[in-house]
Design a protein around this ligand. Structure first.
Ligand code: 2M8
Length: 463
């Protein structure tokens, strides 16, 4: 499996505690490496996941840049001819029973020189252009510039797919066709849209859940929700993964503020990448501006001062306040008055930025809040890492530093878990989880929060 032979040192001296954190984070990523990619977890998630690879590559850039690029490259080698990058690329050496829904369920045809059943037909948040740019910044040089050159057309093809085939509203925003595409799978943000999908429990007899064999039932989606997930996935599959007439034909068509913020952040990153690879940055800047404008026009609710998901089948904004409503902070061109409103939401009792606990995945004061269940309350490191970047970019360096302290303390205390109880801080879900380890490396390597537009300015020491 080609283990790392030595632990790469941090770019600057660390305390003894952080030195040990650096070493153990490296060990997690090394243990989860499989030939040409990193699995999110060796137990719960034994294949390659799309947005996981993006976050993982940012951590790998510090310790093994060749692996960072290999991870991104292998993901994009599985890109479909229409530009979509699958949400899972299957390791066909892993048994079908080890993850559900696996290759047989998705039943994807052979394409792009790949055998049948090599992937799912869904996508995940487009965090990859941002990741490619961040890997390049962390490991600059000719080899990285060459990797950017290779990836650039593929990253653009992914954006074209999302803004084109998935641009259901014609506003520059992309729709997701399954909660799994959001990455925030079980979020209350989908409850209203899912209420219109029948929960057919027979599907759970036909298809056996595998997640409950490896994780506690009260940490995972309910059977009703799982039955809906299967129904939505099967409908998309049975339609040949076609994106034609989605609003009429499909069960779930939603614009998510987090997904679209990453779509916009990808265009900002592509503008920077274009400058390195000799392409024209202007179209990317134009698209980024359109995306930010449409997110504000369509997904911002001025009354509550927060962003919500929009169900395209009913035309209704979700009433739930979730962490996806804070994600537009990652957009450097978000209007200042709206930034202030979203920061106020992040500071409020609903999310409450503080040194003791990172931001939870959902409104702490809502009835839908569930401290254990997967994206309905627990703390996730990737969401907080993105929010810390956004806060720093908009001049909230203190808040960014607070979140970073809270995240590192949490992992020091509980370990590299997939997610964390938002009150006790106990680790939940898979242990030895790759993006938690990767982003810990990145935070340790950072000497302080970045100030200014993400990706354009140097790091500065503020703590
Ligand atoms: C979770 O999603 C998968 C389905 O894609 C699952 O529940 O089985 C989510 O947290 C998602 O964001 C993540 O990419 C994936 C692997 O870490 O796990």
């Amino acid at each position: 499996m080609n283990r790392l032979t030595a632990v790469s040192p941090a770019p600057h001296p660390l305390s003894e505690d952080d030195e040990s954190l650096w070493r153990t984070a490296t060990e997690v990523l090394d243990a989860n490496w499989r030939t040409d990619h990193t699995v999110p977890s060796g137990t719960l998630y034994p294949h390659q996941w799309s947005w996981d690879s993006a976050f993982i590559s940012i951590g790998l850039a510090h310790i093994a840049p060749d692996r960072a690029w290999r991870d991104l490259r292998s993901l994009f080698e599985a890109q479909w001819p229409d530009g979509r990058v699958p949400h899972i690329v299957f390791d066909l050496g892993v048994a079908e029973r080890d993850y559900f829904p696996g290759p047989d369920f998705w039943d994807v045809p052979a394409m792009s020189g790949r055998p049948p059943r090599f992937s799912t037909g869904l996508v995940q948040p487009p965090a990859h252009a941002l990741a490619a740019w961040e890997v390049y910044r962390r490991a600059p040089g000719d080899a990285s510039a060459e990797e950017l050159r290779r990836l650039y057309p593929r990253l653009v093809a992914l954006q074209d797919y999302l803004i084109g085939a998935r641009g259901v509203s014609g506003t520059g925003l992309a729709s997701i066709v399954h909660p799994w595409e959001s990455g925030l799978d079980n979020s209350p943000s989908w409850d209203m849209a899912l209420a219109n999908v029948t929960a057919d429990e027979d599907l759970l007899i036909r298809y056996e859940r595998q997640d409950l064999k490896r994780a506690a039932a009260d940490h995972r989606p309910t059977n009703d929700d799982y039955a809906r997930y299967i129904a939505i996935a099967a409908t998309y599959r049975n339609g040949g993964y076609s994106d034609a007439d989605l609003v009429d034909r499909h069960l779930f068509v939603v614009e998510c503020p987090a997904y679209n913020s990453l779509l916009g952040a990808a265009e900002h990153a592509l503008a920077r990448i274009a400058a390195v690879v000799g392409a024209d940055p202007a179209p990317h800047r134009d698209r980024a501006a359109t995306i930010t404008r449409s997110i504000v026009e369509r997904l911002y609710d001025p009354e509550s001062g927060t962003f919500r998901s929009l169900d395209l089948k009913t035309g209704r904004l979700s009433t739930q306040r979730c962490v996806n409503g804070l994600f537009p902070l990652i957009l450097g061109d978000l209007p200042r008055d709206i930034v202030a409103q979203v920061v106020a939401e992040a500071e409020s009792a609903r999310f409450g930025i503080n040194e003791l606990m990172p931001i939870p995945s959902s409104d702490r004061t809502a009835d839908s809040f569930d401290a254990n269940r997967y994206w309905r309350g627990p703390v996730w490191i990737n969401a907080n890492w993105l929010l810390a970047r956004g806060l720093a970019a908009h001049g909230y360096a203190g808040h960014a530093a607070t979140l970073r302290t809270a995240m590192l303390d949490l992992v020091r205390r509980s370990g590299y878990y997939e997610y964390f109880h938002p009150i006790t801080g106990d680790g939940i879900g898979a242990g030895a989880f790759s993006w938690t380890a990767a982003l810990v490396l990145d935070m340790l390597a950072e000497v302080g929060p970045r100030i200014g537009d993400p990706g354009t300015t140097r790091m500065s020491r503020t703590r």
